[in-house]
Design a protein around this ligand. Structure first.
Ligand SMILES: [Zn+2]
Ligand SMILES: [Zn+2]
Length: 120
């Protein structure tokens, strides 16, 4: 059975609710929860960053600004999300032994077991 929208009597357009990528952790949030999440995420980021050894500390992530508006005047969410995702990815630190990228706290754990390959 199809439910019709009360105000326009049209079948509702079914689509995924828009999600916004957090520029700090790279996870997706609803447009309402991102505003709550971001300040918390940044706080957590600072806490974690302060605990890291100096050489693994990173500059504070900057919220990407996407000014381009789509043809319909909507905020270009895709472009914004892509920029946010890249920003979150740039938080990753490459392992200087194997070259794989990790979050700094993960890298510390990883490097305990990552051994350089024996030179042949
Ligand atoms: Zn986040
Ligand atoms: Zn490694």
């Amino acid at each position: 059975m199809l439910l019709y929208c009360n105000c326009c009597l049209q079948p509702p357009v079914i689509r995924r609710p828009p999600t916004v990528v957090c520029y700090i952790c790279g996870r997706e949030f609803g447009t309402k929860s991102i505003g709550i999440h971001e300040p918390q995420c940044l706080k957590k980021w600072h806490n974690e960053n302060d605990m890291l050894p100096k050489h693994l500390r990173r500059p504070e992530p900057k919220k990407p600004e996407v000014r381009s508006l789509g043809a319909k005047g909507f905020y270009d969410l895709d472009a914004l999300n892509e920029a946010a995702w890249k920003s979150a990815q740039s938080q990753l630190v490459p392992c200087d032994i194997c070259g794989r990228t990790f979050l700094p706290d993960r890298l510390i754990v990883h490097q305990r077991s990552c051994k350089p390959k024996a030179a042949k």
